[in-house]
Design a binder for this molecule. Structure first.
Ligand code: FA5
Ligand code: MG
Length: 452
């Protein structure tokens, strides 16, 4: 097989992303596949479902209240992505196993929140929207992909404008939002001293007003999406009355840059699907951005997750397809949203499961997840990355099916089931075997495991 260390790690050649060149160092860990996706920017590709989804959400947050930014570069500093947002130095999100680094202080943004500080500082309007490609080393299944698109939104009010009447002013804006009749489950208290605390500098009625404005705005966004979904169905299906009522719920969450914080989940394909995270912005971020007199909210949505609901797209890999059977289904929709219809899957090709079992190497671990061959700390994302590199979009999902510790040696054994299935054709068993053999080889070579 190919030697990964020589290819990405030890020669530290500069790399070019979107016409800019960057130095690399021992932190560099971006696979060629992921690099090749940096120019794609699906949110800017007309008639692509990610583009259409962006368009619809933008319509719920109109100018001039919201200013839109859709071409911010994906390469950011560790300061922008983490420090400016209050991520502690040892936050797991910073690890090489979770984030794609160019060098020790430069990375591919893991979320659109990386631009919050700069845009709060710019302060051109009371609100902004950012749509962008984001990058994460993550698990493999039908709703996770290492490159996806997020939309960030934020809205602030200034104490300088409203003084003592700040809460009243925000409530007035809440009252002006359109109504919806969606069924929303929200059993959460406005604040919770331990789990979801009010900020020191916020009065309870101010933060409650901001939270109400935030939740209602996002419910309207989901409502708008589902109104489109319904309209698209009415034209294609007679079984309208069979339509499931839309179910959404608010769940308490934690982000270093908001408190209180929530996630919004939508019931989809028999399961609760998390579509966004949000909260009341930490005052520290606004202070650092030079606008300490402001108070407001922020959210981050996964655009593919919304697009999957909107178009009933069953698998996140499809977004990256250049197959005309996929792309042709959305032609003309950007210019005329009434043309929107559910995606019609092309026939599902057979799956081909392969298991791989192994003992984890050694019992010592090198702290940084190391470049040393052999013994290193186990992280599942490293396996996922190998599978993605070898199998690309021919892998549907990877699940841990067994894990145990040997009573005498203390060694841990893991078994993963890899589901090889192409969206576009039937994979032959020999092809799947060949991919699987490569995966096995690289697991030994790079992660130092012992195959069973
Ligand atoms: C964030 O990224 C926060 N920056 C969101 C935020 C912004 C919170 C502003 C508060 C204020 P999270 O990691 O949960 O949070 O991701 C947000 C959304 O991105 C998720 O709800 C989901 O819809 C989507 N998402 C996350 N990981 C993936 C993935 N691997 N593939 C596709 N979509 C994903
Ligand atoms: Mg989340």
């Amino acid at each position: 097989g190919r030697c990964w260390r020589a290819a990405y790690s030890s020669d530290h050649k500069p790399i070019t992303i979107n016409q800019k060149t960057y130095r690399t160092d021992e932190w560099f860990n971006i696979s060629p596949t992921v690099l090749s996706l940096t120019p794609r920017k699906l949110h800017l590709q007309k008639d692509h479902p990610v583009y259409i989804t962006r368009q619809i959400i933008e319509s719920v947050f109109p100018a001039p209240t919201f200013k839109t930014y859709n071409t911010l570069d994906p390469v950011v500093t560790t300061h922008e992505n983490f420090d400016s947002l209050g991520f502690p130095p040892d936050h797991p999100g910073r690890a090489k196993t979770d984030t794609y680094y160019i060098n020790s202080e430069t990375l591919l943004r893991t979320h659109t929140s990386a631009h919050e500080a700069a845009l709060f500082r710019a302060g051109e309007s009371p609100g902004y929207l950012i749509s962008a490609d984001v990058y994460r080393r993550d698990e493999i299944d039908k709703s996770h992909y290492p490159v996806f698109h997020q939309m960030e939104g934020a809205r602030v009010w200034s104490r300088a404008d409203h003084g003592e009447n700040l809460a009243t002013a925000i409530w007035a804006d809440v009252e002006h939002l359109p109504k919806h009749d969606m069924n929303v489950e929200d059993p959460n208290p406005a604040f919770h001293a331990e789990r979801n605390p009010l900020q020191e500098r916020h009065k309870e009625e101010e933060a409650a007003a901001v939270a109400a404005h935030l939740k209602k705005s996002l419910e309207l966004m989901v409502y708008e999406i589902f109104t489109r979904v319904r309209a698209s169905h009415a034209k294609t299906a007679e079984k309208k009355e069979k339509e499931e009522p839309l179910k959404v719920r608010w769940v308490e969450a934690y982000f270093p840059f908001t408190t209180p914080s929530w996630e919004l989940e939508v019931f989809y394909q028999g399961d609760w699907l998390e579509v966004l995270g949000c909260g009341v912005s930490q005052q520290k971020i606004l202070d650092d951005a030079g606008v300490p007199e402001k108070i407001g909210w922020a959210f981050g949505i996964g655009l593919e997750r919304i697009a999957m609901l909107l178009f009933q797209i069953p698998d996140i890999r499809l977004f990256w397809s250049s197959d005309e059977r996929f792309l042709s289904q959305f032609k003309g929709v950007s210019d005329d949203l009434t043309k929107l219809k559910p995606f019609v899957p092309f026939s599902k090709h057979p799956a081909c499961y392969k298991d791989v079992s192994f003992w984890l190497g050694g019992t010592t671990s090198s702290a940084a997840g190391g470049n040393d061959r052999g013994v290193q700390q186990w992280h599942e994302n490293d396996l996922m990355e190998i599978v993605r590199e070898v199998g690309g979009d021919n892998v549907e999902d990877v699940v841990l099916t067994d894990s145990f510790q040997h009573p005498k040696t203390g060694k841990r054994s893991l078994c993963y089931r890899i589901n090889y299935r192409s969206l576009e054709r039937t994979l032959r068993n020999e092809e799947a075997n060949e991919l699987h053999e490569k995966v096995r080889g690289l697991l030994v070579e790079r992660l130092g495991v012992e195959l069973r």
